[in-house]
Design a binder for this molecule. Structure first.
Ligand code: PMT
Length: 399
């Protein structure tokens, strides 16, 4: 794999030299990029000698005129180690005043960050917010270890060891573009079912889980079509987003875009009931009580289950109790290959939050639990399991 190793200005820069050595030993091509501050701790000569390549340091050197664009396009992975408080802040806020931060903006592949700094700097709300922003964007953070720091304090802030960072890179390399050539269709967000021109019934889905799945699939090389209910999220990089409002519209767009899809994931929280005939005018408050007769919306997942062909079909189950049983029941009743069950109703996982904790009911009969993690990490774990499941289904089919 072609890796950019961004080195920030911290004492841990010396550990990055060891990381560069390990990555070269593992057969990767490494392009080092150093900030000005990094060069005060370790010289570019060290990285040039270890990687066999000129180190990129100066955005304004004539010979580097547009190198940040070329370097971004030619490489598969960007690792920043150490990611200092200053580097994290620049990346989180999209500043582009030096080679590394400009390269980060031009780079469209996966990003791994290995922070290193003093414990108070790591725990400062400014750094916490920057780290959260970067995680939400899909950047992976290799959490710093806890222990004695160069500043004399003890606590979290010590950069992960080079071996641990190299392991994370190996995991990334295994996933690298393993969905190339596939089309993944994802649905996300809530639906809004109108009651009149100004009122509607909806639910708490923010779309974060579905958008994380779309982003993960795109980062792994898939063409991704994301059919999204109304949410306040930016379109993930490289993903085709089709906006819908109601369950009926979602059904239409899903079946219009189904043909090329090899994997379909229904993470949307589709409204179960709607008014079949919506009045043209706003309802007047004339009576003390309003009764509405609602009809069921089309069950898109069940219809997909009947028409899925060779596609791998993944449903979600949002439950407030009996998660495992409900996930398995939906898997069977809707003819899915996998149902991802998540508990909703609490405040910190499921709806709206940045994290989730799920069980996967598989058509092989197994049920797996995925520990609490960011929705982006859960999304990658789901794709890991989808790919394993597909292999095992093919093997069973051929036996
Ligand atoms: O969006 P977030 O805030 O990140 O929250 C994520 C989430 C909790 C919404 C998500 O992880 C999730 O669980 N989505 C499914 C929610 C849901 O509608 O669950 P359900 O048990 O009601 O539906 C089961 C499955 O049938 C789902 O795949 C759903 O998309 C599908 N369905 C439901 C009704 C319907 N009319 N058509 C459908 O296709």
């Amino acid at each position: 794999m072609k890796i950019i190793l961004g080195v920030g200005g911290g004492i841990a820069a010396y550990k990055s030299a060891e990381l560069a050595r390990l990555l070269m030993q593992q057969g990767h091509q490494v392009q080092a990029v150093m900030t000005e501050a990094a060069q005060r701790f370790v010289t570019p000569m060290t990285f040039a000698a270890l990687t066999g390549r000129k180190v990129l340091t100066d955005l304004f050197a004539i010979e580097n005129a547009i190198d940040h664009i070329g370097t971004a396009q030619e490489n598969d992975l960007l690792v920043v180690a150490p990611a200092t408080a200053d580097v994290l802040a620049k990346l989180a806020h999209g500043l582009a005043g030096d080679f590394l931060s400009t390269l980060y903006l031009a780079f469209t592949g996966p990003v791994l960050l290995a922070p290193a700094m003093n414990v108070n700097m790591w725990q400062h709300p400014a750094t916490r917010e920057n780290v959260e922003t970067l995680k939400r964007r899909g950047n992976r953070v290799i959490e710093p270890g806890s222990g004695y720091l160069a500043c004399g304090m003890t606590g979290p802030g010590r950069m992960a060891e080079p071996e641990e960072i190299a392991d994370a890179i190996e995991r990334e390399a295994r996933q690298h573009r393993d969905l190339e050539g596939e089309t993944v269709l994802v649905t996300a967000g809530p639906t809004q079912e109108p009651l009149d021109p100004v009122r509607y019934i909806s639910n708490r889905s923010s779309g974060k889980m579905g958008y994380a799945l779309a982003e993960a699939a795109a980062a792994r090389g898939a063409r991704v079509v994301l059919i999204s209910g109304p949410v306040h999220l930016a379109a993930p990089h490289g993903v085709e987003v089709i906006g819908v409002r109601t369950a009926v519209e979602m059904r239409e767009r899903v079946f219009e875009n189904l043909e090329p899809a090899s994997i379909v994931i229904k993470a949307a929280a589709v409204g179960d009931f709607h008014l079949s005939k919506v009045p043209d005018q706003k309802r007047k408050k004339t009576a003390a009580r309003l009764s509405l007769e609602l009809d069921p919306t089309p069950d898109i997942l069940a219809e997909l289950g009947r028409k899925k062909g060779d596609r791998l079909l993944v449903g979600f189950a949002a439950e407030t109790e009996n998660l495992r049983q409900e996930a398995r029941r939906k898997l069977e009743s809707k003819n899915c290959d996998m149902v991802v069950g998540n508990l909703v109703g609490g405040a910190d996982v499921g709806f709206e939050s940045d994290e989730n904790e799920v069980v996967l009911a598989l058509s092989t009969g197994e049920t797996l639990a995925l520990e609490r993690a960011s929705k982006r990490e859960i999304a990658d774990r789901i794709f890991d399991e989808i790919l394993k499941l597909r292999l095992s289904l093919h093997a069973t089919h051929e036996a």
